[in-house]
Design a protein around this ligand. Structure first.
Ligand code: HEM
Length: 409
C-alpha cells in the first residue's frame, strides 16, 4: 500500500548524522515519502523532493504550521505560522526585524567582528566557532533586542538550553528555558512601558527615553488600533533570540570549513566578486537547518502514500537544495552558479509566508566575517578535526579548529 519502507532512513543514525546528504539522495530516488517510526509515539514522515518540500511549506490548506516546527506535536504551537494569526504576527516581525536596519548595522557588525578577531589574532590558532562564529550573532542579536551586554552570557545560556530541549524532544527543558527568557522580556517591557507613561502623552520616546531597538519597536507597534499584548510579543521575541544564533554560526562555520576543504579559501578571499555566490552556495550546499516540520490537516496522500491527520511531516530543505530536477550538477559546490537563480531556488531560509526575516542580516554578518577573516588571518588552514552540531534537524559545526600565520615578533 505504501512506498514508505523501500529505503532505510534513520535520521538519528551516527552515519546519517555525519553525512545526511547521501541519505537524502536515497530518499529522493527511492522513497520520496518516508515514514520513520523511531520518534515518540507516532514517528514522522519525511518529504525530500524539491516540489514536495515547497508544497509542504506553501500549501496551507494541506499542511499547518501551528503545531510546532519540530517533530513534537504541540497542541498550542508557539510559532503562529498559519493565517490569520501569522498575518498579524508577520506584520509585527517585518516592522521590528532587521532587513531595513541591515545597512545601518554594517558598522556595528564590523566593530564586533573586528573586536572578536583582536582577542585571538596573535595566538595563531583558535576554535573558530567558540571564539568567533558563535559570539558574533549572539552579541549582534542581543544588541538588536536591547539586552545589556553584561547579561549577554545569561541570554546565550537560556537560548542554548531552549535549543537543547528542542533537540532532545524534551518539552520540560524547553519550557523552563522559555520561562526564563519570557521572564526577562516581561520585566523589561514593564520597565519600558513605565518610562513611556512617566514621559507623558505625546512625548517622542524612541531614541530618547527608550533605546531605538527591536524591543521598543514591537512594544510601540499597533494593530487593530491597539498595542500588541505580552502574549503576542513573547513568541516573536523568543524566535528572534533563538532563531538567528545557531543558524548564523553554522553558516559562517560551514562556509569557512567548506572553502578550506575544497582549497577555495584563498581564491574566494582574493576575489570580492564571488563573495555573495560563495555565501549563497554554502546556504544551498550546507543549510544550517536541514529540515523543519509541518502537521497534516486531515488525511493526505502524497505519491500514493497515506499520511494520517495530525501526522508530523518533515520537509528537507537540504534535500530540495540538491534535487537534480531543479539543479545542474547538484552534488558539486560551485562558484560559477548564477546568484539570482541561487537566491530564488535555494530553500535554506524557508519557503512561503514564514520565509526568514533575518536573512539579510545573516548574509551581511557572513559577508563581513569572510572579508575580515580573509584579511586578518593569513594562510588560514584547519588545525584538527571538527565536531558536528548535535541535532538531526540542524547542520553545522560545534567546533572548528583553525590556524594561520602570525607576524614574526
Ligand atoms: C543563516 C542564518 C539563518 C537561517 C538558515 C534561518 C532559517 C530560517 C528558516 C528555515 C525559517 C522558516 C521557519 C519555518 O518556516 O517554520 C526562518 C524563520 C525565521 N527566522 Fe531565520 N534563519 C537565519 C537567521 C535569522 C536571524 C539572524 C534572525 C533574527 C535576527 C532570524 C529570525 C527568524 C524569524 C523571526 C523567523 C520566523 C518568521 C515567520 O514565522 O514569519 N533568522 N529562519
Amino acid at each position: 500500500m505504501t512506498t514508505t519502507d523501500r529505503f532505510e532512513y534513520d535520521p538519528m543514525d551516527p552515519e546519517t548524522l555525519a553525512d545526511p546528504f547521501s541519505a537524502h539522495t536515497g530518499l529522493r530516488q527511492q522513497c520520496p515519502v518516508h515514514y520513520y517510526e523511531g520518534f515518540g509515539e507516532n514517528g514522522f514522515y519525511t518529504l525530500s523532493r524539491h516540489e514536495d518540500v515547497v508544497d509542504l511549506f506553501k500549501n496551507l490548506d494541506r499542511w499547518s504550521g501551528t503545531f510546532g516546527q519540530g517533530p513534537i506535536y504541540y497542541q498550542e504551537g508557539g510559532l503562529r505560522s498559519d493565517p490569520p494569526e501569522h498575518t498579524t504576527y508577520r506584520r509585527l516581525v517585518t516592522r521590528a526585524m532587521p532587513a531595513r536596519q541591515v545597512p545601518a548595522m554594517e558598522g556595528v557588525v564590523r566593530d564586533i567582528a573586528n573586536g572578536l578577531i583582536d582577542s585571538f589574532v596573535r595566538k595563531g590558532e583558535v576554535d573558530l566557532i567558540a571564539e568567533f562564529a558563535m559570539p558574533l550573532p549572539v552579541i549582534i542579536i542581543s544588541k538588536l533586542l536591547g539586552v545589556p551586554e553584561e547579561r549577554g552570557a545569561e541570554f546565550k545560556a537560556w537560548s542554548d538550553e531552549f535549543m537543547a530541549g528542542q533537540n532532545a524532544a524534551d518539552p520540560e527543558v524547553q519550557g523552563r528555558a522559555r520561562a526564563k527568557i519570557d521572564g526577562y522580556f516581561i520585566e523589561e517591557l514593564r520597565r519600558r512601558r513605565a518610562l513611556v507613561e512617566a514621559a507623558g502623552e505625546g512625548t517622542e520616546v524612541v531614541g530618547t527615553v527608550l533605546p531605538d531597538d527591536i524591543l521598543t519597536a514591537v512594544m510601540l507597534a499597533e494593530h487593530d488600533g491597539r498595542p500588541f499584548t505580552d502574549e503576542e510579543l513573547l513568541p516573536l521575541l523568543l524566535l528572534v533570540l533563538v532563531g538567528g544564533n545557531e543558524t548564523t554560526t553554522s553558516l559562517i562555520g560551514s562556509m569557512v570549513a567548506r572553502l578550506l576543504d575544497l582549497d577555495l579559501w584563498d581564491r574566494v578571499v582574493g576575489d570580492e566578486s564571488v563573495w555573495d555566490v560563495a555565501i549563497e552556495e554554502t546556504l544551498r550546499y550546507d543549510p544550517p537547518v536541514l529540515g523543519l516540520f509541518r502537521t497534516a490537516r486531515g488525511p493526505q496522500r502524497v505519491h500514493g502514500v497515506d499520511i494520517p491527520a495530525d501526522a508530523k511531516v518533515q520537509g528537507l530543505f537540504a534535500s530540495a537544495n540538491r534535487d537534480p530536477e531543479v539543479w545542474d550538477d547538484p552534488q558539486a559546490f560551485r562558484l560559477d552558479r548564477d546568484l539570482v537563480e541561487l537566491r530564488a531556488k535555494q530553500t535554506s531560509f524557508g519557503i512561503g509566508i514564514t520565509l526568514c526575516p533575518g536573512a539579510a542580516l545573516a548574509r551581511r554578518e557572513t559577508l563581513i566575517a569572510l572579508e575580515l577573516l580573509g584579511r586578518r588571518l593569513p594562510n588560514l588552514r584547519r588545525a584538527g578535526a571538527d565536531r558536528r552540531v548535535a541535532s538531526f534537524m540542524m547542520w553545522g559545526r560545534q567546533t572548528l579548529p583553525v590556524a594561520w600565520d602570525t607576524e614574526p615578533g
